[in-house]
Design a binder for this molecule. Structure first.
Ligand SMILES: [Zn+2]
Length: 154
C-alpha cells in the first residue's frame, strides 16, 4: 500500500488514541491491517518499476504528515505524529534495502510483512484516491478538533 494511505490512517489513529505510545503501536498495527486489504503493488524485487511511484508517494506522504501535524490541536500533535510514524514504520524495510542494502527489521518480520500483502498491479488510481480521501478526511477532522479545542479554551 502506498505510504500516503498509511499516513492518513495513522493521523486518525493518533486522533483516536491521543496518547503517543499507544498511537505509535496502534499506527504500526494499522499498517499491517491495511497491507492485508487489496491494494496496488508490484510484488517483491520489482524496484525499477515502483521506484518512480515511491519517490512521488514519499514526497506526498511527507507533505501530508506536515499538514496533518500542523492541523492537530497543539496538545495532540505528538500523538498524531506518533500515529503517522507508527503507520509508516513497517515500510522502512524498503528504505533500508534501497539505501543501505538491508531491512532494519528481523527477517521473520519481513517475511510476515511480505506474506500479508494483497497486491494488484491494476489499482494504483484507486489507491491514490483512497490516500487523498484519507488525507482530506484526517485534515478536516483535525481542524475541527483544533477549532473546538480553541473555543473551549478561550
Ligand atoms: Zn507495508
Amino acid at each position: 500500500m502506498i505510504i500516503s494511505s498509511h499516513v492518513g490512517a495513522g493521523a486518525l489513529v493518533g486522533m483516536a488514541t491521543r496518547r503517543p505510545g499507544v498511537a505509535l503501536a496502534a499506527g504500526f498495527l494499522s499498517h499491517l491491517a491495511m497491507d492485508a486489504l487489496p491494494h496496488w503493488g508490484l510484488g517483491p524485487n520489482t524496484e525499477p518499476l515502483w521506484l518512480p511511484i515511491a519517490k512521488k508517494d514519499g514526497v506526498a506522504g511527507l507533505a501530508a504528515m506536515a499538514l496533518l501535524t500542523a492541523s492537530a490541536p497543539a496538545g495532540a500533535r505528538v500523538a498524531v505524529l506518533a500515529g503517522m510514524t507508527g503507520a509508516c514504520l513497517p515500510d522502512t524495510d524498503k528504505i533500508g534495502r534501497f539505501f543501505v542494502g538491508r531491512s532494519p527489521w528481523p527477517a521473520r518480520f519481513d517475511r510476515f510483512h511480505e506474506a500479508i500483502q494483497n497486491e494488484s498491479k491494476d489499482c494504483l488510481g484507486r489507491e491514490v484516491a483512497v490516500a487523498a480521501a484519507l488525507t482530506v478526511l484526517s485534515a478536516a477532522a483535525l481542524r475541527l478538533w483544533s477549532a473546538s479545542t480553541r473555543r473551549a479554551i478561550g
